[in-house]
Design a protein around this ligand. Structure first.
Ligand code: URA
Length: 436
């Protein structure tokens, strides 16, 4: 087989056979197929698409390109969750403990933040002492004892996707439905859970900018999950404005704890309960979504969910006492309040620009090796839909230097739109897709 012929066939709109997909994935992972040929194939797929069978085949080949986690030593239904990336998205820190308190087993591998989106591993590592690299047996025993553990992705999980994603990132081929679906699902399948919940974001801060595109992506991923015997549900959720009030690692851990104590902002808390209820349902802990919602709410109200997070933090070497602090001494030393530039309603607060403002403050990474300031970030005192007088504080910024505060403030103000009338706020959960 020649790579030239595979590229030519796809360029002409042909359908790749399972052997051709395997030839490409194995050859590319082994370094036998050069980047320029892989890039040409990615561009051909971008324009010509892939049908269901090709997409499922690409997914499984990528999943099998490295380690396939075997979670079978952990008794019970293991459920995983994936978000397509957001700003202020601390939901994993909330819903893992709620789902665990409902009886699900959550053995989760998470990623770090890059660009304007944050990552759960960075948030967890802002807790002093907490380790996200654990030996397999310790990871399993924590899940058995507490119902959940969250670690960083193993170095050899889906190496084909790692290489291919880096190539797509620099060849303008990220925004392709079959390529995104296979990239996400290959990692979820390799991570080994029995059931998968997908939080597909839509809006300015997301890959998918329209509801139709995000629904199509969600349907494709649910189909792939089903075709390999994993119970899969996807929720389409709004990412036009930041999620909750805090952006930045230490701040987001504190906000997650507020939600677990029943004191979180209403929209964020509502989304977390809905996601957690879906996890409990997928794990077979409730016969229907109504019962799952009740169980999730009871897990928060009783304090059991927060207790699960404390137990996980302690088991992973972290200091659970910091979970009780809101105004944390670990926040960056310089603080600035950002005034509303004119009187009116906040009609837009662009999620991507807010994420970039947090990066300017030091809370995120510009490149994958940049250092991170865990204490930097933003507390939004007002969000989209709120009214404020000119000069009233709408956000509080934390950073290590005045230069960073200046850059963060400028970027945050660029996210802001002000109008005379209140905007229409979308519901946070827009759609739900479940396999048959
Ligand atoms: N997230 C992924 O993991 N892969 C993509 O292709 C897009 C988002």
């Amino acid at each position: 087989m020649r790579m030239y012929d595979v590229i030519h066939k796809k360029r002409q709109g042909g359908r790749l056979s399972p052997e051709e997909v395997r030839f490409f994935v194995q050859g590319f992972t082994a370094g036998e197929i050069p980047d320029y040929q892989a890039s040409a194939l990615m561009m051909a797929i971008y324009f010509q698409g892939m049908d269901r069978q090709e997409t499922a085949c690409l997914t499984m080949e990528m999943a099998q390109s490295g380690d396939m986690a075997d979670l079978s030593p952990i008794p019970g239904v293991k459920v995983d969750k994936h978000s397509t990336g957001g700003v202020g998205d601390k939901t994993s820190l909330v819903i893992g403990p709620i789902a665990a308190a409902c009886g699900a087993k959550v053995a989760k591998m998470s990623g770090r933040g890059l660009g304007h989106t944050g990552g759960t591993v960075d948030k967890l590592e802002s807790i002093p002492g907490l380790r996200t690299a654990l030996p397999r047996d310790r990871f399993f025993s924590i899940v058995k004892e507490t119902g959940l553990a969250i670690i960083g992705q193993s170095g050899n999980l889906c190496p084909a996707d790692k290489k291919l994603y880096a190539l797509r990132d620099v060849t303008a081929t990220v925004e392709s439905l079959p390529l995104i679906a296979s990239s996400i699902m290959s990692k979820k399948i390799a991570a080994g859970a029995d059931a998968i919940l997908l939080d597909v974001k839509v809006g300015s801060g997301a890959f998918m900018k329209t509801r139709e595109d995000s629904l199509a992506l969600a349907r494709e991923m649910v189909r792939i999950g089903q075709s390999v015997g994993r119970r899969t549900v996807a929720l389409i959720t709004d990412m036009d404005m930041p999620l909750g009030r805090c952006i930045g690692n230490t701040l987001e851990v504190a906000e997650a704890c507020q939600v677990l104590r029943g004191r979180g902002e209403a929209r964020l808390a509502g989304l977390c309960l809905e996601l957690a209820a879906n996890m409990a349902y997928l794990a077979g802990q409730a016969p229907d979504m109504g019962a799952a919602r009740e169980k999730a709410r009871a897990a928060v109200d009783s304090g059991e969910a927060f207790a699960r997070l404390r137990a996980m933090v302690q088991a992973q070497g972290g200091d659970p006492a910091v979970l009780d602090q809101w105004e944390s001494p670990r926040l960056s030393p310089l603080v600035r309040e950002v005034p509303m530039p004119e009187t009116g309603y906040i009609t837009g607060l662009d999620a991507e620009a807010c994420g970039l403002a947090a990066v300017e403050l030091g809370a995120g990474r510009e490149t994958k090796d940049s250092p991170i300031d865990y204490g930097a970030g933003i507390v939004l005192l007002r969000n989209k839909g709120d009214f404020a007088q000119a000069g009233e504080a709408i956000a509080r910024l934390y950073a290590e230097s005045k230069e960073r505060l200046d850059r963060g403030e400028k970027r945050l103000l660029s996210a802001l739109q002000v109008g005379a009338r209140p905007p229409q706020l979308q519901p946070l959960v827009l759609d739900r897709v479940e396999g048959m």
